[in-house]
Write a protein that binds this ligand. Structure first.
Ligand SMILES: [Zn+2]
Length: 340
């Protein structure tokens, strides 16, 4: 009996870790022009990046729960809140009531902002109330976010940018315009947390809804990041973000766009992505009516074709330490692997 017990213990200690996938996995959830991503690292830790919108009969909540079930996620070790606008933070308390969140990572206090109004102001206030008594980590550029197996470096937060280049960064950026756009503060977009993820040789960047003037502040005149394999398109593919100074300098192989049917991708951003050096494919959560028939990506890489009766298919990404990664469209099971 004692030996049998020991066998069980040894099986858990030695066999399970060997059979667990050694991949960093992302479920990019369709929240109709908001943002919600589930991440699982090889150690089994889980992260939520934003949570989509509240309301709409719990549309986004149900989609996050469906993707979480596919991921085998019952709780989140970390929720990374890129910023406090409603399509990012508004649904986080609802998700927490179903899949408890241990640590909330955010950009810290709201900057004075008379233009932050309506549902975005209410979402920001509700998040501050939700934080009470919870474990919170507010990050600044240069900080890392605790998540095993991956080095996640914060490069922007609360309108500040990293001062020391990352390894591979610090190079002159040819895509910078002579002058940057004027600084404005509309919603909370410019305060977005931007992160660079290093998993073995795989590199990914995500900037939430960072706007063009903040992209310029980060990337010009020198690119502090270097290049990435995967770019999570900023701000649902809207042209208030995604300047060539950011996208072309990062030289991603693949761009994943969290656009809705009518929110993003703008024609200008579609052109910026297409002309980005080294870009192989764009994958979209939705067919975009604003991009029109000529500027959408090929249909096989679009996860949802219509908002009406939308099934909310997600895009799955599995990254390996050798730098290769596989993207899957769960609508049609089209999968493509990209090599380093
Ligand atoms: Zn947004």
């Amino acid at each position: 009996m004692k030996h049998l017990f020991l066998c069980f213990v040894l099986a858990f200690v030695f066999i399970l870790p060997l059979t667990a996938a050694d991949t960093l996995d992302f479920w990019v959830v369709d929240v109709e022009g908001g943002k919600a991503i589930i991440v699982r690292n090889p150690s089994g830790q889980t992260m939520l990046i934003d949570g989509g919108m509240p309301g709409f009969n719990d549309r986004d909540l149900n989609r996050v729960l469906a993707a979480a079930q596919d991921a085998g996620v019952k709780r989140f070790d970390v929720a990374l809140i890129t910023h406090y606008d409603v399509d990012h933070v508004g649904n986080v308390p609802n998700i927490d009531s179903k899949l408890p969140i241990t640590l909330l990572v955010d950009h810290g206090p709201l900057l004075p902002n008379p233009k932050l109004a309506g549902i975005n102001r209410r979402a920001a206030d509700a998040y501050v109330a939700f934080l009470r008594g919870r474990k919170r980590l507010s990050v600044k550029p240069g900080d890392t976010i605790p998540f095993r197996d991956v080095r996640i470096t914060v490069v922007t937060s609360n309108e500040q940018v990293i001062s020391k280049p990352l390894s591979g960064g610090g190079i002159a950026n040819d895509a910078c315009p002579a002058e940057g756009p004027a600084q404005t503060r509309d919603d909370d977009n410019a305060a977005s947390i931007g992160t660079v993820w290093q998993f073995g040789r795989f590199r990914m960047a995500d900037f939430g809804d960072l706007v063009k003037w903040a992209e310029y502040k980060l990337m010009c005149p020198k690119n502090p990041i270097g290049t990435v394999d995967l770019f999570m398109v900023s701000h649902h593919g809207l042209d208030r973000s995604n300047s060539p100074a950011l996208v072309h300098a990062l030289r991603p192989k693949v761009a994943i766009s969290n656009n809705g049917e009518r929110k993003g991708i703008s024609p200008e951003v579609a052109r910026t992505l297409r002309s980005s050096p080294g870009l192989e494919d764009v994958w979209q959560l939705h067919y975009s009516t604003t991009a029109g028939p000529d500027l959408n990506t090929s249909e096989q890489y679009i996860a949802n074709m219509k908002a009406q009766g939308c099934q909310g298919h997600w895009i799955k990404i599995s990254a390996r330490r050798d730098g290769s990664f596989t993207v899957t469209n769960t609508r049609n099971n089209v999968s493509k692997t990209y090599k380093k």
